[in-house]
Design a binder for this molecule. Structure first.
Ligand SMILES: Nc1ncnc2c1ncn2[C@@H]1O[C@H](COP(=O)(O)OP(=O)(O)OP(=O)(O)O)[C@@H](O)[C@H]1O
Length: 252
């Protein structure tokens, strides 16, 4: 299977001098085309740091990250940001959106950079995505006039604007009630079933159980891995049970 992202022996530290702390201690992890990967582990184990390293959002101190066959340390800032914009989408716990723009413009804005000529096409794409995730009627609303779940749907539209090869999510359901979280996870599963790879950082076994590979981090390393069949909606409870058993086994 083709690997879209390869992280090889990634080392990352924060702080200086005596305060310096190694957060990733030589982590190797990849994302295959169309794969759904979850990253679990205790708070502070390095999950988000790994996500930011693999997506080229943050630099690393050692090792290598390859995106679509390119070593990202060997390309300039502009090429890296183009690569991130064209191949990756990002969904966070709470989408950061601009208060003075409506939902539609917030979805379009990040993909417009350097591409103003395509405004009509972008609007068309955004409208199709909004319809698809069930928020078509909200395009003119301010971001303060929608629910947390609706805002997260808008965040997912924004992440999908450039048809990325991979979507990264950092606790995308962390701020949602369980019903809305389930709906958002259904959306991630659908997006993945259509061929987009997904990597989600989560503390929630229910969320991780949607993945086909779960990386369990501990203290800056991948302590264990669990593989499940691709999610097709069947046996959700069995999958969650497998994840929780594994979590207990490795003590997280
Ligand atoms: N920009 C930063 N500057 C300094 N320390 C940082 C920075 N980002 C992360 N850290 C530290 O690195 C460690 C790992 O952080 P990270 O956010 O990757 O953990 P995590 O497993 O995602 O945790 P959580 O589940 O709480 O989100 C933590 O001790 C954190 O305080």
């Amino acid at each position: 299977m083709k690997k879209i992202i390869i992280g090889d022996q990634i080392v990352k530290s924060f702080g200086e001098g005596e305060e310096k702390r190694r957060v990733l201690g030589g982590v190797s992890a990849c994302i295959n085309e169309g794969e759904f990967v979850a990253v679990m582990g205790p708070s502070g184990s390095g999950k988000s740091t790994l996500l930011f390293a693999l997506s080229g959002t943050d630099g690393i101190d050692g090792g290598k990250v390859m995106v679509d066959g390119k070593d990202i340390s060997e390309i300039g800032e502009t090429e890296l940001s183009d690569l991130r914009r064209s191949k990756m989408g990002f969904v966070f716990q709470q989408p950061t959106m601009l208060k003075n723009l409506n939902i539609l413009d917030n979805i379009i804005l990040p993909s417009m950079r350097g591409n103003r000529k395509n405004a009509a096409k972008m609007t068309e794409t955004a409208r199709a995505l909004m319809k698809r995730v069930g928020i078509a009627e909200l395009e003119k609303r301010d971001i303060t006039q929608v629910s947390g779940g609706q805002l997260q749907r808008a965040g997912i539209c924004r992440a999908l604007m450039n048809s990325p090869k991979v979507i990264f999510g950092d606790e995308p359901t962390g701020a949602l009630n369980s019903q809305t979280a389930q709906e958002i996870m259904d959306l991630f599963s659908e997006i993945n079933a259509e061929g987009t790879a997904v990597m989600l950082v989560t503390h929630d076994a229910k969320v991780a159980a949607r993945a086909e590979r779960i990386l369990f981090m501990n203290d800056g390393t991948i302590a264990s891995e669990l593989t499940l069949p691709k999610f097709d909606g069947s046996n959700p409870d069995d999958r969650i049970e497998k994840v929780t058993v594994k979590m207990r086994e490795i003590g997280i």
